[in-house]
Ligand binder design. Structure first.
Ligand SMILES: [Zn+2]
Ligand SMILES: [Zn+2]
Length: 284
């Protein structure tokens, strides 16, 4: 069976008309169940964390990020989200309620925010390195100001911080720091091993995410093969996902994600209900 467990409704609003398209695409592509993983920056509860932790000074990065925070962010409360998702479940849509939380330093605060909500699963994703949103195309010149050795070390440190938070079921799109094709010319195996070890200790799965295949210059599924190989060695479980932001992208390239995972020895994915993981075989 096929599952797509990382996607976003947030380019539209919480109304049935908008989200029906996601379910239609899922059905067309033979996806048994979808998981919605709204970004933490969609919810008012997380607003202070962004203002506390992002670079918001008068540098190029700071000026860009200040504007970014005012565009289509913090529109809903978590109550609004749960209300809508519970309505979908009651109507019989095959859907789970997840969230994709950015890598905040203040894990204690994240814990407080999500404590009162019955998420089916929680994704932690590194989107910021020392407060800089490395995946923003408009400020990608910032990549020139840092060595790739530093960037890989920071990325590993951010993942370790997520792992120490012990709040997450899945690491989103591992090693999407390759997205603008900044490829190290040195051996990163020690970083890959370090990250896999931390995830293993934290009992976290990894996200086989096709979003970087069809939305970014690198045009490859995340994680890239070198990390997937090590993830399998550590027996890290996986989810598969499209990272869809538009209805027509729901389920996109999940077939490829499954083939890719199978090639590295995987025969199943995790699904989640009430923070409990359930493994489902591809062949089921
Ligand atoms: Zn993400
Ligand atoms: Zn996402």
């Amino acid at each position: 069976m096929k599952f797509d467990y990382h996607m976003h409704f947030e380019y539209g609003s919480y109304d049935l008309e908008w989200v029906k398209g996601f379910f239609d695409s899922a059905q067309t592509r033979g996806i048994a169940e979808i998981g919605i993983s709204e970004h933490s920056h969609g919810f008012v509860e997380f607003k202070d964390l962004y203002y506390d932790e992002l670079i918001l000074d008068d540098s190029i990065v700071g000026e860009y990020q200040k504007k970014w925070l005012t565009k289509n962010k913090f529109k809903y409360s978590l109550d609004d989200y749960f209300h809508f998702m519970n309505m979908l479940k009651e109507k019989g849509y095959p859907v789970k309620t997840g969230i994709e939380i950015c890598n905040f330093k203040n894990q204690a605060r994240v814990k407080e925010i999500i404590a009162n909500y019955d998420f089916d699963y929680v994704i932690g994703s590194v989107h910021f390195l020392k407060g800089w949103g490395y995946d923003f195309a408009d400020i990608k010149s910032e990549w020139n100001n840092h060595s790739l050795a530093d960037i890989y070390t920071w990325y590993a440190e951010e993942i370790e911080n997520l792992c120490n938070g012990a709040l997450y079921d899945v690491l989103g799109h591992p090693f999407n720091i390759r997205l603008f094709k900044n490829i190290p010319d040195f051996d990163v195996t020690p970083v890959l091993e370090r990250v896999a070890g931390a995830l293993s200790k934290a009992n976290m799965a990894i996200d086989i995410n096709t979003g970087t295949l069809y939305r970014y210059p690198i045009a490859e599924i995340s994680p890239y093969p070198d990390f997937l190989k090590i993830a399998k060695k550590y027996n890290l479980p996986i989810i598969t996902s499209s990272d869809a932001h538009q209805p027509e992208d729901c389920g996109r390239y999940i077939d490829k994600a499954v083939e890719y995972a199978e090639a590295y020895g995987y025969d199943s994915v995790l699904t989640f209900s009430n923070r409990k993981a359930i493994a489902r075989k591809f062949a089921e």
